[in-house]
Design a protein. Sequence first.
Length: 204
Amino acid sequence: MICQVEDTYKTILSRSESIYTEKRSKFIAIALPVRTLSEVKDYLEEYQKKYYDARHVCYAYMLGAERKEFRANDNGEPSGTAGKPILGQINSKELTDVLVIVVRYFGGIKLGTSGLIVAYRTAAAQALEEAEVIEKTVDEEVTVIFEYPFMNDVMRIVKEEEPEILEQTYDMDCLMRLRIRKSAMPRMRARLEKVETLRFPEPV
């Protein structure tokens, strides 16, 4: 049986926003593409300052191709009524590398826990509906070092396998740093290993 390598994931192309109103409470939802936790923190800081007068700035995020790094925050709303429904919308679309912030301006009428869950879920869903969903590949990098006379052998493999060349130096020893999608890496590496004198330094 051939094991299929999962090497694609879905995220959003750019920022999107929507506004949802329920019983005079206004919910402003913003969906943002993010790659790192520091990006998440920067955006949260930015939007908390921008909406400093709002009652609540709730959010959820998902990071990484394996979708294992995530968090949901209720920011003062009753537990499980804001962050969790926002995260649920990210999950329902199978997205990652995304942050959804929902800002609430209280309208004077309490919504109750079930009302809050519906409102935050709807606001997040609308923002994500506005976003363009794209598919990205999970890529891996490899560095190869070889003697100059074997340049043609290596370049032929690179031309045929079509990795992205991130770095290359040509001296007594030549170095190339290559990036290719995960599923294509084993074949390219196996071909490169057949080139005499070529070696793979361990990542620092």
